[in-house]
Design a protein around this ligand. Structure first.
Ligand code: ZN
Length: 113
């Protein structure tokens, strides 16, 4: 599963931060998932427990914030919010959109001890 390796990547980030910021347990992980990132939040939730078992984040809470897809319409020169890649501009219907945000997944914040 695609999300399994993504979650492994998240765990790598947690372990690196634990080393550089010297904490030993992660209590909460805030994950930001863009609507255009192609990452399924439910699948990430599903993978979280299995991936973090017996690690520094064992038993931690996963909080996922979904951010909307953002684009710039080159036709009507204004920002547009889109739900999926290759959606038309909600203002003018043009497909000449440049994605400007909401296409990534990132660890936003950690609660540690
Ligand atoms: Zn437009």
């Amino acid at each position: 599963m695609h999300e399994m390796s993504l979650m492994q990547g998240v765990l790598d980030i947690l372990q690196d931060s634990a080393k550089s910021q010297s904490f030993s347990r992660v209590k909460t992980v805030w994950l930001e998932i863009g609507a255009l990132s192609g990452v399924d939040p439910d699948a990430m939730r599903f993978c979280f427990e299995a991936t973090t078992r017996d690690t520094l984040a064992d038993g931690a809470v996963l909080d996922i914030a979904e951010t909307p897809g953002q684009a710039w319409c080159m036709q009507c020169s204004q920002p547009a919010e889109i739900a999926a890649r290759f959606d038309p501009c909600p203002h003018c219907g043009s497909y000449r959109l440049q994605v400007t945000g909401g296409d990534q997944m990132r660890v936003k914040e950690l609660e540690v001890e």
